[in-house]
Design a protein around this ligand. Structure first.
Ligand SMILES: Nc1nc2c(ncn2[C@@H]2O[C@H](COP(=O)(O)OP(=O)(O)OP(=O)(O)O)[C@@H](O)[C@H]2O)c(=O)[nH]1
Ligand SMILES: [Mg+2]
Length: 343
């Protein structure tokens, strides 16, 4: 990961979480949202203008977002790493995250093309920001819906697939796995846990290596008595979304690690290694945060199938190269027809 780093909050959750993390870390933050009431707090913000639509569908929102792509490009200009925080359980996250990732990727391809061909000179009409952003790395942090959010599951599955294609790494926090393994928690406690885990992971960025795969984030509960109990929560959450055999690499975050005994730490790592059967591939990250709480998160790189593939069942049969217009994101353009479509 290379400096300068930008945290880009997308949609409702992104715009709530990104400023909080940026404030703590002291790094740059920008927001893309469709919420007119969003208080920017001084952060550079692109507001998607949906004209007269009060509650546009996701596809309508995506259509209107295309008019703001230049503004989004200038938000990320000059940054070497962009960390996108988006909610694939939310309408805005589903609508905007894929086009933002795609936009940054295409810009990268375009810029390297220009440089590769040697056709760029300072007098070209190419905007100056195209050069510094030519190697922007994109790491996307996305939240997946609860299984009862049936209307979001399919779109979230497709959206995740698109984001994987245009990001250098994706970190997934699955609300559903969190709920499955902690049914006693209230929804807001679930949110807090997931958001804290994103916060902890991004806060320890400088000690973390992301691999260009899908990374699943298992979240431990801070109210457990021991590290191993908290680690079991994270493990259960991970194994809810993927098989242990498909995990290529695991990173163990121990929050409040200064208060954990060396014996407990050793036991924890041995257990994780046994489960994933990958000797020497377990990194231990000791994080001293959250005073008073000892907590374990697991970040696992997954190489094969996850449960999210089944969110879009056809994708398991038909590869994306065989899907007509896969590169074109579906949206609802504004046409003036005699037949009204009321969304
Ligand atoms: N983990 C977590 N999930 C959230 C949070 N907020 C919303 N969600 C998920 O997103 C779903 C939709 O909630 P919304 O409040 O519409 O989310 P939003 O990000 O504001 O969505 P938009 O307004 O479309 O941007 C919820 O049912 C949750 O699954 C949060 O703070 N943490
Ligand atoms: Mg919202």
């Amino acid at each position: 990961m290379r400096n300068p780093i930008l945290l880009l909050g997308v949609g409702g959750l992104g715009s709530r979480l990104a400023p909080r993390i940026a404030n703590e870390l002291g790094c740059a933050c920008s927001i893309v949202t469709d919420d007119e009431k969003f208080e920017t707090g001084g952060y550079p913000t692109v507001l998607i203008n949906t004209e007269s639509w009060v509650n546009p569908s996701g596809r309508k929102l995506r259509f209107y977002a295309q008019a703001s792509l230049d503004k989004i490009r200038s938000l990320v200009a000059g940054f070497n790493t962009v960390l996108i925080i988006g909610n694939l359980a939310g309408k805005a996250g589903i609508a905007l995250c894929p086009i933002i990732c795609n936009n940054i990727k295409n810009q990268r391809i375009f810029a390297s093309h220009q440089v590769g061909e040697g056709s760029y000179s300072s007098t070209d009409s190419l905007p100056p920001q195209s050069i510094p952003t030519s190697h922007t790395d994109v790491i996307s942090f996305v939240i997946m819906p609860f299984k009862f959010e049936k209307n979001r599951i399919f779109d979230a599955g497709i959206c995740l697939r698109r984001i994987r294609e245009s990001s250098d790494a994706v970190v997934v926090i699955d609300n559903d796995a969190l709920l499955d393994n902690n049914p006693d928690l209230t929804i807001s406690q679930c949110y807090d846990l997931a958001n804290q885990a994103i916060f902890d992971t991004i806060s320890s960025l400088y000690q973390t290596e992301f691999h260009g795969d899908l990374n699943l984030l298992g979240v431990g509960r801070p109210d457990r008595e021991s590290v191993s109990a908290s680690a079991m929560d994270s493990l259960a959450m991970l194994l809810d979304s993927a098989d242990a055999d498909s995990v290529k690499r695991t990173l163990v975050y121990v929050m409040g690690g200064d208060r954990v005994s060396v014996g407990a730490m050793n036991g924890l790592i041995n257990t994780v290694q046994t489960i994933f059967k990958k000797d020497n591939l377990c990194d231990v990250n000791l994080m001293i945060s959250n005073p008073g709480h000892i907590n374990v998160h697991l970040l696992a790189s997954v190489i094969s199938r996850t449960k999210f593939d089944s969110y879009d069942p056809l994708s398991e049969i038909i590869p994306s190269k065989n899907i007509l217009d896969w590169e074109e994101l579906d949206c609802s353009p504004e046409f003036s027809l005699d037949i009204r479509s009321v969304e």
